[in-house]
Structures are given as C-alpha cells and as structure tokens.
Design a protein around this ligand. Structure first.
Ligand code: GAR
Length: 190
C-alpha cells in the first residue's frame, strides 16, 4: 500500500505538481489523496483537478487560525491522509494542527536552513554575498521554518543573479529534492 499524502498549497503549486508527477511512477511509495488550498484561486488547484486528484479550497479570511486549521485537518483526515506536505503553503499553523501531524508533516523552504527563515530568502542570500543558496526539506514543528532538516540541495549563485533568476534555478532543485525526500521519509517510516 502506498502512503497517503495530503498536500497544502497557497498559489502556483509547482512543487505540488512535481510531487504529483513523481507519484505517477509505479515505484513511487506515496500517492496524493488531497490537494487543499487556503485560496480558492490558487492555480495549483486547477492542475490537481485536471490530474484527477481530489481538491479542497477554503479561504482563511474571517476565520480564526485554529478554526481554519480544524477545517483543513478534517478534510485531510476524511481523505485518509497519513502525511501532510506543505508546498508553498504561506500560512502559519496552529499548535494543535502541528501536534496532530507530529513527525508526519514536511515543508520545503527556499534556503539552506538554518539560514534565512521566513520570506525574501533569495534576496537575503544575495545580500549576504553567499556563494551558494539552495533549498531544504524539513519536518514541521511549531517554530516557523524550523524542525529537523531531512535533505538540502545547494545551488550555486551566478554572477548577475537577481532574486528572480536565483529563485527560478532553486525551484528546479526543489522539484527534484521534495519528491525524493518524501519518498525516503514515508519508506523509512514504514
Ligand atoms: C517555493 O519556492 C517554496 O519553497 C516556497 O514557496 C514557493 C512555492 O512555489 N515556500 C516557502 O517560502 C515556505 N516558507 P510553488 O507554489 O510553485 O510550489
């Protein structure tokens, strides 16, 4: 039996797409049972629907954080998710939600953690004059962009890189790192 994964997105959803396409390979140890978004306009929802993956969208506007998270949590459990994967999910999570998925929730972050938590990671790496930037997959704990790092990919910064050109290259690395790390994680877990 493949591990059942719910993916949370807020927008474009390119990491979700990479996870989804990787899951099409017969040897992939996970399957995506739900893609949920906190923005009904999230572009990734259209892609997931076209691929036949169940989706759920609920705007967080006007809802208390814990209240909103309970709605998402209920959808994940209803879909039979055993793991939660954050893929560009730009929401802080309630402590209850994090506790409910302890050691079963992963996030991808576009920096070499513990460097540059939060936003504007690419510009921060450029401003610091770093030779390399990159991406990290980590287990989600109650601290933002914290929790044990499972895997990282270093990406060389090129002369003339802007935050946008660097982000685009790191995204290529993200797409490869995430599905492989998730596959290893669910395999190790079983
Ligand atoms: C990705 O670069 C991801 O690493 C980043 O948002 C982007 C989402 O793109 N996540 C964070 O910054 C989380 N702190 P996508 O929607 O195309 O996957």
């Amino acid at each position: 039996m493949k591990a059942k994964v719910g993916v949370l997105i807020s927008g474009r959803g390119s990491n979700m797409a990479a996870l989804l396409y990787a899951a099409k390979h017969p040897s992939c140890p996970y399957e995506i049972v739900l893609v949920a978004a906190n923005d009904p306009e999230a572009a990734g929802l259209t892609l997931a629907q076209a691929e036949g993956v169940p989706t759920f969208a609920q705007s967080h506007k006007g809802l208390k954080r814990a209240e909103f998270d309970r709605i998402i949590d209920a959808q994940l459990r209803r879909a039979g998710a055993e793991y939660v994967v954050l893929a560009g999910y730009m929401r802080l999570l309630s402590a209850e939600f994090v506790a409910g998925w302890e050691n079963r929730m992963l996030n991808i972050h576009p920096s070499l953690l513990p460097k540059y938590k939060g936003l504007d990671t690419h510009q921060k790496a450029l401003d610091a004059g770093d030779s390399h930037a990159g991406c990290s997959v980590h287990v989600v704990t109650s601290e933002l962009d914290d929790g044990p790092v499972l895997a990282q990919t270093e990406v060389a910064i090129l002369p003339g890189d802007s935050a946008d050109t660097l982000a685009a290259r790191i995204l290529i690395a993200e797409h490869q790192l995430y599905s492989r790390t998730l596959a290893d994680f669910v395999t190790r877990d079983r």
